[in-house]
Design a protein around this ligand. Structure first.
Ligand code: GRF
Length: 188
């Protein structure tokens, strides 16, 4: 059985690329398509290099869900990964893929989650609060932002010298190490 996984990304897509590299040559996993809500997201360049089709949809198309579902069906998609994807997943998609959508959040949920808590905003908030640790949370996606059941959390220590940039760096390193392994664990 091969797990066919669609990746949704809104930005750079370094996690998407890392995941695809990790599973290359592994017949149990396929990544047939990358979807984005941003036509200028760098993830499209990465997709081109990786020879994986990538498409952009509008916010309206995403909320309506039908075209997205059709496209996922055309690629026989079993599971969805959100890797730096910024829109809230509509109910229609959550219902069509129950417990089959996962997200990575660049902090230790339930802290620093919810609307507006993405990318640098998260790391700035962590710094402003003087946290001594941060980390990643990989979780199932439900209809609420960042509230689905947690699959895995890993931590990194922070010092007074850390800046939002260095925190982002530490968190990204955790993401690259643990996101592919979490996928392998649940869908392998
Ligand atoms: C990651 O830190 C992810 O946790 C967050 O957005 C960032 C995406 O980075 N949700 P990239 O696009 O994978 O480089």
């Amino acid at each position: 059985m091969t797990s066919k996984i669609a990746i949704f990304a809104s930005g750079s897509g370094s996690n998407a690329e890392n995941i695809i590299h990790y599973f290359s040559g592994n017949p149990k996993f396929e990544f047939p398509v990358i979807l984005s809500n941003k036509s200028d997201a760098f993830v499209h360049e990465r997709a081109k290099k990786l020879q994986i089709p990538s498409f952009t949809f509008s916010r309206e198309q995403f909320i309506a869900g039908e075209e997205i579902l059709l496209s996922l069906k055309n690629y026989n998609i079993d599971y969805i990964i959100l890797a730096g994807f910024l829109l809230k997943v509509p109910e229609v998609l959550v219902k069509a893929f129950p417990d089959k959508i996962i997200n990575i959040h660049p902090a230790l949920l339930p802290k620093y989650g919810g609307k507006g808590m993405y990318g640098d905003n998260v790391h700035k908030a962590v710094k402003a609060a003087g946290e001594t640790e941060s980390g990643i949370t990989i979780h199932y996606v439900n209809e609420q932002y960042d509230e689905g059941n947690i699959i895995l959390q890993t931590k990194c220590a922070l010092t007074d010298d850390d800046t939002p940039e260095t925190i982002a760096h530490k968190v990204h390193a955790l993401e690259y190490e643990h996101f592919p392994k979490a996928i392998e664990m649940i869908w392998g």
